[in-house]
Design a protein around this ligand. Structure first.
Ligand code: HEC
Ligand code: HEC
Ligand code: HEC
Length: 273
C-alpha cells in the first residue's frame, strides 16, 4: 500500500511540470493542435468529429484564414458561438495565447475553386442577384459586378448578411470553402470602370448639353442640398438613365449600357469639384 502510494505520488509529480509547460506554451501550432485540431482538424480542414457536431459542424479554417479579420477570429475564439460546440476559450487560453493561435491559423493557405464558386453562385445567389450577378431582378439586390466591397468585405456580407434586408446570413447554408469560392468568383466578375473610355463617351453623349461635368446641375430640390458626390453609383445612374433626365437629355441616354455609364461616372467623379 505504502509503496504504491509513493509510486503514485512520484508519477503525479512527474506529470505536473509537463502539464504546466503545455498550458504555458506560446507556440501557436502546439496550442492549435492541443486545443482546436480535435474539431477543426490538424490542417484546418474539419475533422470527422468536427463534421458530426450538432446543431452546426465545426468550420474549415483553411478556406477563410486569410478572408476573415483578426478581430472576428479573436471575438469568436474568446467568447465562442452560443448554442454550438464552439465554447469560449478564454478560460483555457490567455489573451496572448489566443493571438498566437490566430497567427498560426493565418498561415493556412487556400486556393479558391472558381468553377465551384460559379456553380454555387447560380444555385444560391442568382435568384436575387441574377445569373450574371448584375441584379436586374428588381428586388433591391445589389449589382455585384460594380460592388465597391473588397474580397474580405464580400465574405463578411455573405457570412453575416445585412440586417433588415433580403440579404440574410449564408454562414450555415454554405461551408467555408463554398463561401471562399463564391466570394472569389464574385470578386472575379468585378467591372473596373475606365475613366479614359468614360471621357470619350462623355464627349459623344453629354458634352452637347454639359460642356464639363462641373457644369451639370442637379434637377429639382436636390440642387439645393446635394452635389453629385452625395450620390452613390446606383443613385447617380438612376438620375442619368431614368426619370426626369431622360425628358431633358433624350432617349439616347436611356439606352447607354451599364458598363458605359460606369465609365462615364468614373470620368465625371474624377472631374468635378
Ligand atoms: C469541440 C469542438 C471544437 C473545438 C475543440 C474548437 N472549436 Fe472552433 N468551432 C466549433 C464549431 C462547432 C464551430 C461552428 C460554430 C458556428 O456554427 O458558428 C466553430 C467555429 C470556430 C470559428 C469560427 C469559424 C467560422 O468560419 O465561423 C473559429 C475562428 C474557431 N472555431 C476557432 C477555434 C479555435 C482557435 C479553437 C481552439 C483554441 C477551437 N475553435 C476549438 C467547434 C470547436
Ligand atoms: C433573397 C435574395 C438574396 C439572395 C439569395 C442573396 N442576396 Fe445578396 N443581397 C440581397 C439584397 C437585397 C442585397 C442588398 C442589401 C442592402 O440593401 O444592403 C444584397 C447585397 C449583397 C452584397 C453587398 C453588395 C454591396 O455592394 O453592398 C453582397 C456582397 C451579396 N449580396 C452577395 C450575395 C451572395 C454571394 C449570395 C449567394 C451566396 C447572395 N448575396 C444571395 C439579396 C440576396
Ligand atoms: C440634350 C441635352 C442633354 C444631354 C445630351 C445630357 N443632359 Fe444631362 N441634363 C440636361 C438638363 C437640361 C439637365 C437639368 C439640369 C441642368 O440644366 O443642367 C440635366 C441634368 C443632368 C444631371 C442631374 C440629374 C438629376 O436628376 O439631378 C446629370 C447627373 C446629368 N445631366 C448627366 C448627364 C450625362 C452623364 C449625360 C451624358 C450621358 C447627359 N447628362 C446628357 C440635359 C442633357
Amino acid at each position: 500500500m505504502r509503496i504504491k502510494f509513493w509510486i503514485g505520488a512520484f508519477a503525479a509529480l512527474a506529470i505536473i511540470p509537463t502539464a504546466a509547460n503545455a498550458a504555458d506554451t506560446m507556440d501557436g501550432k502546439t496550442l492549435y493542435q492541443t486545443n482546436c485540431a480535435k474539431c477543426h482538424g490538424a490542417t484546418g480542414e474539419v475533422s470527422k468529429l468536427g463534421k458530426s457536431l450538432k446543431p452546426f459542424p465545426a468550420r474549415n479554417h483553411r478556406a477563410i484564414a486569410k478572408l476573415i479579420s483578426r478581430d472576428e477570429m479573436r471575438r469568436i475564439i474568446t467568447y465562442g458561438v452560443k448554442g454550438t460546440a464552439m465554447t469560449p476559450k478564454k478560460y483555457t487560453l490567455d489573451a496572448l495565447q489566443i493571438e498566437e493561435v490566430i497567427d498560426y491559423i493565418k498561415t493556412f493557405d487556400y486556393t479558391p475553386d472558381l468553377a465551384n464558386g460559379k456553380k454555387r453562385f447560380k444555385a444560391v445567389c442568382s435568384s436575387c442577384h441574377g445569373m450574371d450577378a448584375r441584379a436586374q431582378t428588381g428586388i433591391g439586390a445589389k449589382n455585384l459586378v460594380y460592388t465597391k466591397l473588397n474580397l474580405t468585405e464580400i465574405v463578411h456580407t455573405m457570412r453575416y448578411g445585412r440586417l433588415n434586408t433580403l440579404m440574410t446570413s449564408k454562414r450555415h447554408q454554405l461551408s467555408n470553402p463554398d463561401i471562399a469560392d463564391v466570394a472569389s468568383y464574385v470578386n472575379s466578375l468585378r467591372y473596373l470602370a475606365n475613366p479614359a473610355n468614360g471621357k470619350k463617351l462623355y464627349a459623344s453623349n453629354c458634352i452637347a448639353c454639359h460642356a464639363t461635368p462641373n457644369d451639370i446641375k442637379l434637377i429639382g430640390n436636390a440642387a439645393e442640398s446635394f452635389t453629385m458626390a452625395d450620390f452613390d453609383d446606383r443613385l447617380l445612374d438612376l438620375r442619368i438613365r431614368h426619370g426626369r433626365h431622360v425628358d431633358r437629355a433624350g432617349k439616347k441616354v436611356e439606352k447607354l449600357p451599364s458598363d458605359s455609364i460606369q465609365d462615364i461616372m468614373a470620368y465625371m467623379r474624377a472631374n468635378t469639384n
